[in-house]
Design a protein. Structure first.
Length: 160
């Protein structure tokens, strides 16, 4: 693809065509002007951020990461984003907060973001809500269908 980044700081990256679209209902059309990220902790404290606020308020970072899909393919890509830890600290983390639940615009849920060392189903995109929860039994979209809640790459992606 023309203009595609194929290397970053000397690290070779996969072609964007190697990354398969695996959204549960297709890639959503996200309107950045009306986008809001809602963040709530287990005691009900919450904050809402516009897209520009997320980029301005929190530390941005870039990192080359490898994503491994349970379907057998993988990609090495440049991840760009903000530090979730800072977002969570901004809303306030309580001693009751045991699980981070991510909700995506297309209805996808899981309990991690860019999760190095985890199967690709533990990654989420187009997040519009982050919930800190005390519910240690929460299971996301694939986890509620028999995939491992831990999602560790060195183990089976299926629940034992």
């Amino acid at each position: 693809m023309e203009g595609e980044i194929r290397e970053y700081n000397g690290e070779k990256l996969s072609s964007i065509s190697a990354f398969r679209e695996n959204s549960i209902s297709g890639a959503p059309d996200v309107d950045l002007d009306s986008y809001r990220l809602e963040v709530v902790n287990s005691v009900g404290s919450s904050k809402s951020y516009r897209y520009e606020e997320v980029l301005e308020k929190f530390t941005s970072m870039k990192k080359v990461v490898s994503l491994y899909c349970v379907e057998g393919w993988s990609v090495r890509v440049l991840y760009e984003g903000v530090l979730m830890r800072e977002i969570l600290e901004d809303v306030g983390i309580t001693e009751n907060d045991k699980v981070v639940i991510l909700y995506s615009i297309d209805g996808y849920t899981t309990s991690l973001l860019v999760a190095e060392g985890k199967w690709g189903y533990k990654w989420a995109r187009w997040i519009n809500k982050i919930e800190l929860s005390s519910d240690i039994n929460f299971r996301g979209f694939w986890e509620s269908r028999g995939y491992s809640n831990e999602g560790d790459l060195d183990k089976s992606f299926l629940e034992d």
